[in-house]
Design a protein around this ligand. Structure first.
Ligand code: ATP
Ligand code: MG
Length: 467
């Protein structure tokens, strides 16, 4: 008995530290025949983590979005584990484990397999705090020693009932504290607790509500939906970087068009992306922009749903393109020449966007490259096409140009020409350049015999201007 107690102290058993307040009532225990989780959809590494923790005497569960997706029969894109072991205790059990975060520490356990390394995020059950909310912590209070809680408290801190279920792979049981499974069956997204209070604590939850509704096709429970209309403006106080991350998740969810419609229906789109303001408020003159963005988002959704990668720079380049095009044309109308007009328009567009939500620098430079490549697609003589193909972001610029062709902003023949050019051998490429020259009557550059011998010649100055 005494040795057991000493062992527990030495292990710094979480029981000693955990707060005992605010515990929720007992969870429903849902067995396999009801939840029907397919074990093949589980990450072996996530199971390894729960198993190792349980072997060491701790409680450990797969939790959050992964359980929601498993019940829906979708393969989760990542797995989180919740446990009553403290981060230090978790870290000691795994070889590749890193403590992350300052205010609330979690552990990243990394596994190296055949493909990409997989990170399982392990967090200790969190306590409910009075005046609950992370802002309490931001005011300087040190949370580390009293933040750990019981599983019931941890469940109550989560956002939606369907995100607050715990799955134990060893017993194949789901623990459900807030009626998540019933809401799953009713296809309802319901906030845990008082929705208005939960949105005030963390306004990002409003965007999460829209994202999950789009992803699952579930309806927002009326009480969960109704405060959003009044509280939407709280999003303006959220730090730009966090807002950006959440918007990126929304756009990369595989259901971006549905999510953007959801934002509009909830009145949440204002001030996030200026473009959303005007295309979603849909005046007649925004039809072209709407078509362009809709097609871009439909493409993105399709790629993500079929497991392909999507570049965030490309996505934001498409979302801001209608704005850029307007500014570019306005600059030309003011008498600026084509390329300076484009670069000036890029600066303007990005500056206006930054007033709402700053796009991270690395994505901004991708966007600029994709945009500045566009007039270059019209120079189809001399060395220009070869130089363009050699640019590191050519593929993105080309895909972007194809999108412009698909919406009629560019002549489809231009897209077809480039598609043939990429696939052709040097003779075929010469023939294509000759045909482009004849087609446009463009005097620039005569197609020489071979690429290596070709000298650059100037292109017609008006080429590539927005039509
Ligand atoms: P996905 O990973 O598919 O986007 P998710 O639900 O797993 O969805 P994460 O951001 O990975 O979302 O969060 C994991 C879990 O943490 C959530 O399921 C939820 O239980 C909890 N959570 C995340 N963000 C919040 C928040 N802002 N407020 C309350 N709980 C949250
Ligand atoms: Mg997740």
């Amino acid at each position: 008995m005494i040795t057991k107690f000493i062992k527990r102290i030495l292990r710094r058993d979480p029981m000693v530290k955990h707060s005992q307040t605010h515990d929720s009532s007992a969870p429903k225990r849902i067995q396999k025949k009801s939840h029907r989780i397919d074990p093949h959809l589980l990450s072996k590494n996530a199971v390894k983590v729960t198993h190792t923790l349980q072997q060491a005497g701790y409680e450990a569960f797969i939790v959050g979005g992964a359980v929601r997706d498993l019940v829906l029969g979708i393969e989760p894109k990542d797995f989180d584990v919740a446990t009553n072991a403290t981060p230090e205790q978790v870290q000691r059990l795994f070889r590749k484990a890193r403590l992350i975060g300052r205010r609330f520490q979690i552990v990243h356990v990394t596994f190296f397999g055949k493909g990409h390394p997989e990170i399982i995020e392990v967090s200790t059950f969190r306590a409910l705090l009075d005046n609950a909310g992370d802002h309490v912590a931001e005011s300087g209070r040190i949370l580390r020693d009293n933040v750990w809680g019981s599983q019931g408290e941890d469940a109550a801190r989560r956002d939606f009932t369907i995100n607050a279920m715990y799955y134990d792979p060893s017993t194949e049981t789901v623990l459900d504290y807030h009626g998540g499974m019933a809401d799953m069956q009713k296809k309802t997204l319901r906030m845990i607790g008082d929705p208005a209070k939960r949105y005030r604590e963390d306004p990002i939850r409003m965007l999460r509500a829209i994202r999950f509704a789009a992803k699952t096709g579930f309806a927002l429970d009326p009480n969960t939906r109704s405060p959003i209309a009044k509280l939407g403006t709280l999003l303006h106080d959220v730090p730009s970087a966090r807002l950006f991350d959440e918007i990126l998740k929304l756009l990369m969810s595989g259901y971006s068009w549905a999510a953007i419609q959801g934002l509009r229906d909830a009145g949440l789109h204002h001030g996030l992306l200026p473009l959303l303001d005007h295309i979603l408020d849909s005046g007649a003159d925004s039809k072209g922009a709407n078509d362009f963005v809709k097609l871009a988002l439909a493409n993105t959704d399709q790629r993500i749903q079929s497991g392909k990668s999507v570049s965030a720079g490309f996505l934001f380049a498409t979302l801001l393109w209608p704005d850029l095009l307007k500014n570019w044309k306005a600059n030309i109308a003011k008498g600026m020449s084509n390329i300076p007009a484009l670069h000036d328009a890029m600066d303007d567009t990005i500056a206006t966007q930054s007033e709402g939500m700053t796009i991270q620098r690395r994505f901004e430079s991708d966007m600029r490259e994709i945009w500045s490549m566009q007039p270059r697609f019209e120079k189809r003589v001399g060395r220009y096409p070869y130089r363009l193909i050699e640019s590191p972001r050519f593929r993105a610029g080309y895909d972007f140009m194809l999108l412009r062709c698909a919406t009629g902003e560019q002549h489809p023949a231009l897209g077809e020409w480039w598609t043939s050019f990429i696939a052709a051998d040097p003779d075929g490429q010469d023939a294509l350049m000759l045909s482009a020259k004849n087609e446009t009557g463009n005097p620039a550059g005569s197609p020489a015999k071979r690429r290596r011998r070709r000298k650059p010649k100037s292109a017609a100055p008006s080429e590539g201007a927005p039509s």
